[in-house]
Design a protein. Structure first.
Length: 132
């Protein structure tokens, strides 16, 4: 664990690149789910259809197809996710008037950027926040 932390300190990661890499990973998972669902709907009746081997082959085919689609530029989902997350983070920075202290794309940055402010809270002494 310590070596991973020291490696990050020696070789800092560009936060936008890390965010894009995570978005591409999410796009790959989505594409794998999409192709798996597509292949599961195919009929495999006949002399050479069905069985454990076909299920294994289909899952490998689905993974490979999703990987190929992702490597060839994907479907634009990763770019859209990255752009949206960066926009949310920039809006949070403008709203608070300060810079983000955690790297963009980190879980803490995303939580801070998407946090809903607690406004319009009742001023009564009811601890549950329910108006009488």
């Amino acid at each position: 664990m310590l070596s991973a932390a020291s490696t990050l300190l020696k070789h800092p990661v560009d936060p936008k690149a890390a965010l894009l890499a995570q978005a591409k990973n999410l796009e790959g998972v989505f594409l794998n789910t999409l192709t798996s669902t597509m292949f599961s709907s195919l009929k495999t009746d006949g002399a050479f259809g069905g069985g454990f081997g076909e299920k294994t082959w289909r899952s490998m085919q689905s993974e490979q197809l999703a990987d190929d689609i992702s490597k060839s530029g994907g479907i634009g989902l990763a770019d859209s996710i990255t752009r949206s997350l960066l926009d949310v983070q920039e809006a949070a920075q403008r709203a608070t008037g300060s810079s983000l202290t955690t790297p963009p794309g980190s879980a803490a940055a995303l939580a801070a950027a998407t946090a809903v402010p607690l406004t319009n809270q009742p001023n009564n002494e009811n601890s549950q926040g329910v108006d009488p």
